[in-house]
Write a protein that binds this ligand. Structure first.
Ligand code: FE2
Ligand code: FE2
Length: 248
């Protein structure tokens, strides 16, 4: 029978689909463990913060993708991996010494320079890109502190050493040179840092946070993403309630 002829193929695809699923599940578990480890190192980046940044980021991506009529299946697929990737944005902080990472007060200039290395240290942890998810994770870790107007960091550097490719070029990446996923995480991360209580600051009022984000439209942040973020604010508020800060 013709169906018998196809059976080996069907079996083959069935088992590789199972394998792929298993692999995806394993990757997810490992990533969640990495995120938990990073949370242990850095008391300022709580699990709730990381969950919120992941969730805001996928909402903002969805709004951006819909505005571009990206097919629904692709949006769903990307959201799934982007959530993990966004959660890993500060993974490079595991490489920052305790006296800087856990300092209660403001960092001095020298300490801040060291803190800034968490961007490329994170990209290094992710290693060479083996999958679209890896490259997305590298981009986000490396570029989530770049500013739309080019005043962010780390700019054009060698990811292995953190050295500038051109000593005279001290600016950051600009506009659409900054990967879209990093531009999204940048807004999500700053919004959450401002709206929440941290060891070193009180939570800002909602109007103050919105004001600060709007003020940075076209400066720190991609103007289109700021507009989309304002449109989806009710959803963002919803995410906030879903992942409240826990007493630790
Ligand atoms: Fe960061
Ligand atoms: Fe963060």
């Amino acid at each position: 029978m013709i169906t018998d002829m196809y059976e080996p193929f069907v079996m083959h695809f069935a088992s590789s689909a199972t394998l792929a699923l298993q692999r995806a599940r394993m990757t997810r578990t490992l990533l969640l463990r990495m995120i938990r480890m990073a949370g242990l190192r850095d008391p300022k980046e709580t699990g709730a913060h990381v969950n919120r940044v992941g969730a805001y980021s996928v909402e903002l991506y969805e709004a951006w993708a819909k505005a571009r009529s990206i097919p629904e299946e692709e949006i769903t697929r990307v959201k799934d991996i982007f959530r993990m990737v966004a959660m890993l944005h500060d993974i490079g902080k595991v490489a920052i010494p305790d006296n800087i990472l856990k300092k209660a007060g403001q960092l001095n200039e020298e300490e801040f320079q060291i803190m800034k290395t968490h961007t490329w240290q994170g990209a290094r942890i992710m290693g060479e890109s083996e999958s679209p998810m890896d490259s997305m994770a590298i981009e986000v870790a490396l570029r989530h502190h770049e500013h739309w107007d080019g005043t962010g960091y780390p700019g054009r550097i060698d990811v292995e050493t953190g050295r500038r490719l051109d000593e005279n070029d001290t600016s950051g990446l600009k506009g659409e040179e900054i990967p879209i996923f990093a531009r999204i995480v940048s807004i999500a991360d700053v919004y959450d840092a401002l709206i929440s209580t941290r060891v070193y600051k009180k939570a800002w009022k909602e109007e103050e946070v919105i004001g600060a984000i709007l003020e940075q439209k076209g400066r720190q942040f991609d103007p289109e993403l700021v507009d989309l973020f304002m449109e989806i604010l009710p959803t963002i508020k919803h995410v906030q309630e879903k992942y409240p800060d826990q007493e630790e």
